[in-house]
Write a protein that binds this ligand. Structure first.
Ligand SMILES: [Cu+2]
Length: 147
């Protein structure tokens, strides 16, 4: 009886020791593979990258459309700026097309059309009239520069 109890305790003890010594090893293996760690680091990096990228500042520009030009025809903003354009035709019906930022507006004379977007990519992007408006239509374009 006494012997059996001792044996049982010994065996239980061995199981416990085995279980205890195996768990940290298993944890180490999971931790060493560390898909969780990498994901965490990537998330932290993403957040800190994005936060300074998008400012709360709104940059407003007045643009006049007439036959056959936009004035001004060059707009300069910084990456991450929120941009608000007030575009108004003072002469005939024109369009304002800036496809890279999903902008496509019709400019009826006298209507102040507000266009909002975030300058979320660097580069030089052409905006142009999208309404056939006469012989100068093809020259009626300008540039948005995001730097
Ligand atoms: Cu046009």
């Amino acid at each position: 009886m006494n012997n059996k109890t001792t044996l049982l305790i010994l065996v239980l003890g061995l199981f416990l020791v085995a279980a205890c010594s195996q768990q940290p090893i298993a944890d180490d293996i999971v931790g060493g593979g560390s898909p969780v760690d990498v994901g965490g680091e990537a998330n932290v990096t993403d957040t800190s990258d994005k936060e300074p990228e998008f400012s709360d500042e709104v940059k407003e520009f007045e643009i006049i459309a007439r036959n056959w030009e936009f004035a001004p025809n060059t707009i300069r903003v910084n990456l991450g700026d929120r941009v608000e354009l007030h575009v108004e035709s003072v002469e005939g019906t024109h369009g304002f097309l800036l496809p890279e930022f999903g902008v496509n507006e019709i400019l009826e004379p006298g209507n102040d059309v507000h266009v909002n977007f975030v300058a979320d990519k660097k580069g030089t992007f052409t905006f142009a009239c999208s309404v056939p408006c006469g012989r100068g239509h093809g020259d009626m374009r300008g540039q948005l520069i995001v730097e």
